[in-house]
Design a protein around this ligand. Structure first.
Ligand SMILES: NC(=O)C1=CN([C@@H]2O[C@H](COP(=O)(O)OP(=O)(O)OC[C@H]3O[C@@H](n4cnc5c(N)ncnc54)[C@H](OP(=O)(O)O)[C@@H]3O)[C@@H](O)[C@H]2O)C=CC1
Ligand SMILES: O=C(O)CCC(=O)C(=O)O
Length: 471
């Protein structure tokens, strides 16, 4: 890339001001859920006030030597929202649209999610502004290690423990753990979760997010006496979270009629061949590239991503847009990609009576009002996708104990937690005649409030220096 186009990538002062406003908007929207939920919770006003502000935030610049010898500098963030209940915990996202407000909102959601799951963690999150699909594997490794070099004093096994999120995976967690261990001069698997199994990862972490959502849907199936073969499901986003929830539901006979990824979706009324779609989605066009996967809409004929079957085998599917997927006539809609997909603009046209939020923050507050008015049941993100961080907690405890569980043990313990918390929240919803999101936040606030109030009145106590370098 020439120097002119490099320079043109820089944001102008005006753009920066505008982006700061947008930054705040997503975080303010996220914490906007607090007041309503507090009415149904035992949390006091001072504890609630503390949750409106992240505990500490770090912005870093990561210089990266590209394969062609040139230098690029990437921006990264790590936010620790609240650590009253334990070390902050949450993923690291690699995406071109990452911004500070998004990371703050994601960290806040992690505080609430860990409280919902009843695991001893607070909330944190991180991200790098980058399109990882444009990097070679070696560039990606250098960037991942560079990020850890910059945040090494901010994270730690007892302070802040990262994990995978959008466009990061076990391989990247392995590089990051190795880099942190090099800096500390001792092997430190407890600093990060979602690692490869040979490096101390937990069995069952790979599908934990989708599996946690699956257990929520199984509870709904029990409560509503659903017959799986009659239930039509659409899944937006076919990455780690989306693929596994689709796979588990498909195996139980649910009809997955639509799936999508960043390039679009595919729809087939009779249901899609999900195992085949996963197999083909995971095959890389070029094995040297980490994220250059095929799209689910590469083959519109059969609904799988590469046409090895005749149209007769599977019937004809059709390519649809992500927008169309959200408005399909289905029984369960599962957003499993990014935030702000269901908005005031499209909520009226969403037909699905049940939405299971596998993505973080897929529904805006104004869309919530529309859904509540029309009686849509939303299983909120802080419950529906809590399976990932719950198995991350299992991974951390296994690393600390040096004793590893079988995959059956992981599934059993995850199932117990997800079903227990789902039912507590469902009962709170019914008892107070409120929506499930408000009930989930109230449930989280009870636990967080109790912890904050147990600390006493010294609100200035801190286990780590607070860094606020972002203007
Ligand atoms: N991984 C985890 O453990 C957890 C993840 N989550 C949340 O789940 C969501 C998905 O994360 P995860 O599955 O891990 O991420 P992945 O990177 O594994 O997958 C992301 C998927 O979303 C697709 N996608 C990207 N942009 C769009 C778009 N604009 N419209 C539709 N699809 C899109 C990607 O498409 P393509 O394949 O074409 O790039 C990919 O299929 C996020 O909100 C994340 O925060 C929540 C809890 C835990
Ligand atoms: O596994 C973890 O620690 C966090 C996963 C995550 O980022 C999330 O739940 O959004």
């Amino acid at each position: 890339m020439g120097s002119t186009s490099r320079l043109s990538q820089r944001t102008t002062e005006k753009e920066t001001t505008m982006s700061h406003q947008a930054d705040e908007e997503i975080f303010q929207n996220a914490i906007g859920r607090l007041d309503q939920a507090a009415e149904f919770s035992s949390i006091g006003p001072e504890a609630l006030e503390r949750l409106r502000y992240p505990k500490s935030m770090l912005q870093v610049s990561i210089p990266l030597r590209m394969d062609d010898g040139s230098l690029r500098v990437f921006q990264g963030y790590r936010v620790r929202h609240d650590d009253t209940r334990g070390p902050t915990k949450g993923g690291i996202r690699f995406h071109p649209d990452v911004h500070l407000g998004e990371v703050k909102a994601l960290a806040f959601w992690m505080t609430c999610k860990c409280a919902v799951a009843g695991i001893p963690f607070g909330g944190g999150k991180g991200g790098i502004i980058v399109n990882p699909k444009e990097l070679s594997r070696l560039e990606l490794e250098r960037l991942s290690r560079g990020f850890i070099q910059r945040v090494a004093d901010f994270i730690g096994p007892e302070t802040d423990i990262p994990a995978p999120d959008v466009y990061t995976n076990a391989m990247i967690m392995g590089w990051m753990m190795d880099e942190y261990s090099n800096i500390q001069r001792r092997r430190t698997p407890t600093v990060i979760t979602g690692k490869p199994i040979p490096l101390g990862g937990s069995l069952g972490r790979d599908d934990a997010t989708g599996r946690g959502a699956y257990y929520c849907i199984k509870e709904l199936e029990r409560l509503k006496s659903w017959s799986p073969t009659e239930v039509r499901v659409a899944v937006q986003g076919f990455g780690n979270a989306g693929q596994h929830v689709a796979r588990l539901l498909h195996a139980d006979g649910y009809r997955i009629v639509a799936i999508s990824d960043s390039r679009g979706g595919v729809y087939r009324e009779e249901g899609l061949d999900i195992p085949r779609a996963i197999e083909l989605k995971q095959q890389r066009q070029d094995m040297s590239e980490v994220y250059a996967s095929r799209s689910v809409c590469d083959c519109p004929e059969c609904g799988c991503v590469e046409c090895h079957c005749q149209p007769d085998d599977a019937g004809t599917g059709k390519v649809i847009t992500n927008k169309e997927l959200l408005e399909l006539d289905v029984d369960i809609l599962i957003p499993a990609a990014l935030e702000n997909q269901l908005t005031a603009e499209n909520a009226d046209r969403v037909i699905a009576p049940v939405i299971v939020e596998v993505a973080n923050g897929p529904t805006t507050t104004s869309a919530d009002e529309v859904f509540n008015a029309k009686g849509t049941l939303i299983v909120p993100d802080i419950l529906a996708n809590a399976g990932g961080v719950t198995v991350s907690y299992f991974e951390w405890t296994q690393n600390r104990a040096g004793y590893y569980w079988t995959v059956e043990e992981v599934h059993e313990r995850l199932s117990q937690i997800m079903k227990r918390e789902f039912n507590l929240i469902y009962e709170l919803m019914a008892a107070n005649q409120i929506d499930m999101r408000t009930a989930a936040y109230a449930h989280a606030l009870n636990r967080i409030g109790e912890a904050i109030e147990s600390q006493g009145t010294n609100t200035f106590f801190s286990t780590q220096p607070t860094v606020q370098p972002i203007s």
